[in-house]
Design a protein around this ligand. Structure first.
Ligand code: ADP
Length: 893
């Protein structure tokens, strides 16, 4: 409706028509027409208009103020303002309430247009009023309902949301924002997928499709939603379709947060599980009985294991059926009833396994209330092992006593305060006391030697205070009244907390040991004296330790103070020239083991040098590793001097011997020449003047010639004798059979003349000088032939046999024999037992034999029975046979 010029009302027909039409319109549209002449203030209106105000026709006040008075007082001001405003704007559009004469309130809307005069001043306001009460009511109802919904949405502590067809959030309530953790701007327009993970999306895909396509509701699906912060909550999701024009336009969802509830449920479940687990995990069998009937209502797993039945079986069995002989159901019921009424009970019960074996249980029964019902709880612990270990303990106790009574020592036990609680039998046997007597406090002191009692008591009380092990030696009186010495030892026995609960002690008879120690001490004293007397010092060294140990005399010999002495320090005491060789000898013997011997010099405090000899050996273990070295040292200075003296004497002797041999050789040689001259001239004298000389003279010449010849033989003998020299370097392997054969060949004439039989047994090979051995053999056989018995053909037999480390040769004859008193003499040079007349000879033969044998480092002797025969023995050392070891020429003798 705009501001326009009104057509002139000149044509009555048209006016009539218009009025009719307006009336018709007013009836159909339910509005009333008015016209306000602003200049006059006159308001004219239609009957419909008046009806809107509940007024009968013609009752409208027909003025603006009159109209205002009809308006609801609350709306009057606004209505008036709007009307005046319309005079400026040219339009009227205002709603207000009126109170009809029957006191009902109606909502009206007035709309109109302003007409102005030619000068532009407001002239007329023409418009209609319309009853909008119904519309207003509907509007209000809708508004109320919307507000209610909105309030519910805003305040309900449960997430609500709406999604469009594409599943995008179009609305979320505050609880939803809280739950999902998103701001409005973050979530509106975002897909539902935003708050669920892939897995959940997959689960929900089908039901959501059903919902969107077929309108099927989704009821209480437990779904995890992921909050913006990343953490999760569990909701119980329900949803229904949103309909628009009969079509599904989306869905509305409600998602109460059930996280806590779930957690509580889980905890409850866990707690139940835990209780059941504990119940089942108990190491004792647990029975739950009905307090009234005694029936078993529950058992744990251990019970099933212990008795060998399943849970169901046990719940249907009597206790009596699971008990050993003598333990009945009646007795069990009696106990359950007693416990149900009063105090808990603890007792032992013989239980029976399904397989028939019985076992002992200790049962603890008490009354409990479980899930509101009176129950009796029986906890049965298998004590078979305990019972067994009690008997094992008893057994081991018996064993211990048997052992303790039979050991050689006294054994005893005392409590932490030192009061004796037990002695073994030995103690009573030795002391002659009784257990009753010993039971008295401190009685053990009565067998102590009074002289030692105070010290023992003092030491013992110190040990009791500190808990240190006890050890002492003391004499104890036996039942015979004599004291013997004992080594007493005791150790504390502690409990788990480390407190001393017992002392366990032994007393060992050490009387013999003390005696041995005493005698050892005396022996050591004597040994020390002996060392001093013998002039030796002893040392011994455990290989690997720092220092050897030394006897006191060791230091006396070295002329130093007693001191710790390492090997290096010891070497320092030696003459510098001897250190290296001794060091090397030590090294060698440590490497090779065995014995060692060394001589070395030490410088005494008085500046004199002394010679020391050290001897010892290394002891090795089974693998050959050196373990211990022991040795002695002795001062050999004097010995050394004697040795030097002796050597000098020997050297002198050897030299003088050599000179003598030289002399004898030269002398014999030079004597032979004049002797031959004497003999030749005597023979010449006899030849030329024999006839002129008388018989006597002839006889004298004969004597002289005979003497010269003897002299010649003597000189030959001496020459041979002096040629027997010690040249062992020339020794070779000699077959004495060949030596014998040659000797016999040389003596052939004498053998033939005397009709002798000269025999031998198998003779050995020896090392020696062949010529000399031949001379030896020939002299002995020759003597055997010479000193034969008148009228008896000589028998000579040569044998040899091994004795120890030598060959002993024997030359036996059946001759005249030699008296024992002459046995020594005959080996001396020129010693003879007979005259030349009886048996001619020089007295050099056996002396030569002795010299030869001694050169071969053997001995010569004889056995003889005068008138029956003699046996001459000589020995030759057994030597390793083989080629001569030395090829160097011997020095000229
Ligand atoms: P000789 O035979 O030249 O007198 P020996 O030195 O060979 O010198 O002997 C010393 C002495 O020992 C002999 O004079 C002899 O009295 C005694 N004698 C040696 N061999 C025998 C023997 N087989 N039977 C008895 N007497 C013996």
């Amino acid at each position: 409706m705009g501001e326009e010029s009104i057509p002139k009302s000149g044509d009555e027909m048209d006016v009539q028509k218009c009025a009719e039409r307006l009336q018709l319109l007013q009836r159909i549209g339910g509005f009333g027409y008015f016209e306000w002449d602003i200049q006059s203030g006159q308001v004219s209106c239609s009957g419909e208009f008046e009806a809107l105000y509940g007024l009968a026709s013609g009752y409208f006040p027909c003025s603006c103020d009159g109209w205002i008075s009809l308006v609801h007082p609350e709306d009057r001001e606004e209505a008036e303002r709007q009307v005046h405003l319309s005079l400026e704007t040219g339009f009227l559009d205002v709603e207000w309430r009126v109170i009809t004469p029957d006191h009902s309130v109606r909502w009206l809307v007035g709309r109109g247009s302003l007409f102005r005069d030619a000068a532009g001043n407001p002239e007329r306001l023409v418009g209609v009023h319309l009853d909008i009460t119904l519309q207003k009511q509907l509007e209000k109802e809708l508004q109320d309902s919307n507000m209610f919904l909105e309030r519910v949405m805003q305040s309900i502590p449960c997430a609500l949301f709406a999604l469009d067809r594409e599943g995008r959030f179009v609305q979320v309530n505050p609880a939803g924002y809280d739950l999902f953790g998103y701001e409005c701007s973050d979530i509106i327009g975002q897909p539902f997928r935003l708050i669920i993970d892939d897995e959940t999306a997959q689960q929900l895909e089908e039901p959501l499709r059903q919902l969107m396509e077929r309108g099927e509701r989704l009821a209480a699906w437990e779904v995890d939603v992921t909050r913006k912060a990343g953490n999760r909550r569990t909701v119980s999701l329900s949803a229904m379709p949103l309909m628009e024009d009969g079509n599904i336009s989306g869905m509305v969802g409600v998602a109460p947060d059930v996280t806590e509830q779930k957690e509580t449920e889980r905890q409850l479940r866990d707690s139940e599980d835990r209780h059941r687990t504990i119940f089942d995990a108990m190491n004792d069998a647990i029975f739950i009985h009905c307090a009234r009937s005694g029936r078993i209502t529950d058992v744990n797993r251990r019970a099933q294991e212990m008795y060998g039945y399943s849970h169901e079986e046990m719940c249907s069995l009597d206790v009596g059926e699971m008990s050993g002989p003598g333990f009945t159901q009646e007795a069990a019921i009696a106990i359950i009833q007693r416990v149900a009424e009063g105090e808990p009970e603890l007792f032992e019960w013989l239980a029976r396994h399904r397989n028939g074996t019985t076992f002992w249980v200790e049962v603890n029964v008490k009354k409990v209330v479980l899930e509101g019902a009176d129950r009796v709880l029986a906890v049965a612990r298998d004590i078979t092992e305990r019972k067994r270990s009690v008997s094992v303990i008893q057994e081991s106790e018996e064993k211990f006593r048997a052992l303790a009574d039979n050991i050689a020592q006294f054994a005893w036990m005392a409590d932490s305060g030192g009061r004796i609680v037990w002695f073994n039998k030995r103690w009573y046997d030795y002391t002659g006391t009784t257990a009753e007597e010993m039971g008295t406090d401190g009685w053990w002191q009565k067998v102590q030697h009074p002289a030692y009692l105070a010290a023992v008591k003092e030491k013992l009380s110190r040990c009791l205070d500190t808990g240190e092990p006890w050890e002492d030696t003391m004499p104890l009186r036996g039942k015979d009244g004599n004291y013997r010495w004992f080594l007493s030892r005791a150790v504390p026995i502690r409990d788990n907390a480390g407190r001393v609960t017992r002392w366990f002690g032994t007393n060992t008879d050490i009387t013999e040991r003390r005696e041995i120690e005493e005698s050892l001490r005396r022996t050591e004293e004597r040994l020390s004296l002996a060392q001093q007397a013998a002039g030796i010092g002893i040392w011994s060294w455990e290989v690997g330790t720092e220092e050897p140990t030394f006897s006191p005399n060791y230091f006396n010999i070295l002329g130093v103070e007693q001191q710790p002495l390492s090997f290096e320090r010891f070497l320092d005491l030696l003459h510098p020239d001897d250190r290296q060789s001794l060091h090397d000898e030590f090294d060698r013997v440590l490497r090779e083991g065995g014995q060692f011997e060394a001589e070395f010099r030490v410088q005494m405090a008085d500046g004199l040098e002394r010679w020391i000899m050290g001897r010892g050996r290394v002891y090795t273990d089974e693998t050959g590793m050196p373990q211990r070295m022991t040795g002695i040292i002795s001062d050999i200075t004097e010995h050394k001097q004697h040795e030097d003296d002796l050597k000098r004497t020997m050297d002198d002797l050897a030299r003088s011997n050599r000179e003598l041999e030289q002399f004898a050789y030269v002398a014999s040689h030079d004597l032979k020449e004049p002797l031959r001259m004497v003999a030749s001239y005597l023979q010449l004298l006899e030849k030329k003047y024999g006839e002129r000389l008388d018989e006597k003279a002839g006889q004298y010449i004969h004597f002289a010639v005979d003497g010269a010849e003897r002299m010649d033989r003597l000189i030959d003998g001496l020459l041979r004798y002096s040629r027997i020299t010690s040249r062992s370097a020339d020794f070779v392997i000699v077959d004495t059979n060949a030596v014998f054969a040659e000797a016999v060949a040389n003596l052939e004439q004498a053998i033939r003349e005397s009709g002798a039989a000269v025999t031998r047994e198998g003779l050995p090979q020896v090392r020696g000088d062949e010529m000399q051995l031949m001379m030896l053999m020939q002299n002995l056989i020759g003597n055997a032939l010479k000193y034969r018995k008148e009228g008896l053909p000589p028998r000579v037999h040569v044998t040899a046999k091994r004795e120890g480390r030598e060959w002993v040769f024997a030359v036996r004859d059946n001759g005249i024999g030699i008296a024992t008193e002459h046995h020594g003499r005959i080996f001396q040079i020129f010693q003879r037992l007979h005259t030349q007349k009886e048996y001619p000879g020089t007295g050099i033969g056996l002396a030569s034999c002795k010299k030869i044998v001694e050169h071969h480092r053997g001995r010569i002797w004889l056995e003889s029975i005068p008138g029956e025969g003699s046996t001459f023995f000589f020995s030759i050392p057994l030597e390793r046979l083989g080629p001569s070891r030395s090829t160097t020429p011997a020095p000229a003798a």
